[in-house]
Design a protein around this ligand. Structure first.
Ligand SMILES: Cc1cc2nc3c(=O)[nH]c(=O)nc-3n(C[C@H](O)[C@H](O)[C@H](O)COP(=O)(O)OP(=O)(O)OC[C@H]3O[C@@H](n4cnc5c(N)ncnc54)[C@H](O)[C@@H]3O)c2cc1C
Length: 304
């Protein structure tokens, strides 16, 4: 209970103090930090997807600044010869302000990724964004089928319909590439399944649907029950890692499970967030697992 209270009061605590809790989940504030962490992960046999922190923007000027950050990010990782993919949130590119402008801004990032044989994943945001984000993906996938991917959230009630839509876009020359996760936003029962067991059931059914259709999946979860079941399905379908699927985890979360999966020979892609807007992101991570707050406080007192 006390951990929950501390976790939910994080936004009101001094930033320096919150950083002590957050640094486990964030590469740092600058692109140099993201490069350093990516290199470190590569040394441990992992690949990365890089996310510049930020969500809704107030105007298109701000969205254009985010576009510049992503374009420079691609240049930087190319010059470092680090093979990464990029993850972005369309609301950060003005999705809810002007769809067409957002499309153009994201298109320019995917176009640049295409020139460097790289890849951009469109993160899936709350339910008010899902239709627009699927449409954004449909249009970009038509132009750059090998350089753009989407996310499916297993908790959404609409997911069985959305995956049919993705299956229709999928062909050998236009392969769909999807990240499958549970879904992080708080949604009402009309929109999202609330029961954990039922979410896991839909996660595994969705994963099997993709495997059956030959769709590449980034299996994004820290839930051991799900990674175990996913591994059974991988065997059942005789799939090859990095050709047919990969596992994905958030930077700093469940490192032991992460190492175990790598040791078993599966590709692991770590989601590496960086940027000045780390406060909201890390508050979400800590709210998900308030027990972390207890361990961090213990460590703080020990050091003191
Ligand atoms: C690579 C990646 C990309 C994602 N992209 C999206 C996206 O685009 N849209 C979206 O809605 N959601 C996204 N998510 C979040 C996802 O939807 C889940 O909310 C999140 O992963 C938690 O669910 P879980 O499957 O890990 O299972 P959970 O049951 O929540 O967690 C399983 C176990 O992991 C451990 N754990 C979980 N969180 C923490 C933590 N913060 N610190 C320490 N241990 C922890 C705990 O031991 C917990 O029991 C993404 C997740 C990943 C891994």
């Amino acid at each position: 209970m006390i951990n929950k209270i501390i976790a939910s009061s994080l936004p009101y605590l001094p930033k320096k103090f919150v950083w002590l809790f957050s640094r486990r989940y964030i590469a740092g504030e600058t692109i140099d930090d993201a490069v350093r962490v990516t290199r470190d992960l590569a040394g441990k046999g992992m690949v990365a997807t890089i996310d510049h922190l930020g969500e809704y923007v107030a105007d298109i000027k701000e969205a254009k600044a985010v576009q510049q950050i992503y374009l420079e990010m691609i240049d930087r990782f190319e010059s470092e010869k680090l093979s990464v993919t990029y993850s972005l949130k369309p609301s950060n590119f003005g999705l809810l302000i002007d769809f067409e402008t957002c499309f153009e801004l994201v298109r320019s990032v995917v176009e640049k990724a295409n020139r460097h044989h790289s890849f951009v994943r469109i993160d899936m945001e709350d339910s008010s964004c899902v239709d627009a984000e699927l449409e954004l993906y449909r249009r970009l996938h038509k132009i750059y089928p090998l350089n753009v991917g989407i996310v499916i959230q297993a908790y959404l009630k609409r997911t069985p319909t959305d995956i049919q839509f993705l299956a229709e876009l999928h062909s050998p020359s236009t392969p769909v590439n999807v990240r499958l996760c549970k879904g992080i936003y708080v949604e009402p029962p009309e929109i999202a399944i609330q029961d954990r067991k039922a979410i896991n059931k839909q996660f595994i059914e969705t994963l099997e649907f993709f495997f059956d259709k030959g769709i590449y999946v980034g299996i994004a979860t820290h839930d051991r029950a799900l990674t175990d079941m996913a591994r059974q399905l991988i065997n059942k379908y005789s799939l090859t890692t990095s050709a047919d699927y990969e596992f994905q985890m958030l930077y700093g979360v469940t490192p032991e499970l992460c190492s175990e999966i790598i040791a078993a020979g599966h590709q692991m892609r770590v989601y590496v967030p960086y940027g000045k807007k780390w406060l909201g992101y890390s508050s979400r991570r800590l709210k998900e697992n308030p027990k972390m707050v207890f361990y961090i406080i213990k460590a703080l007192f020990k050091r003191g």
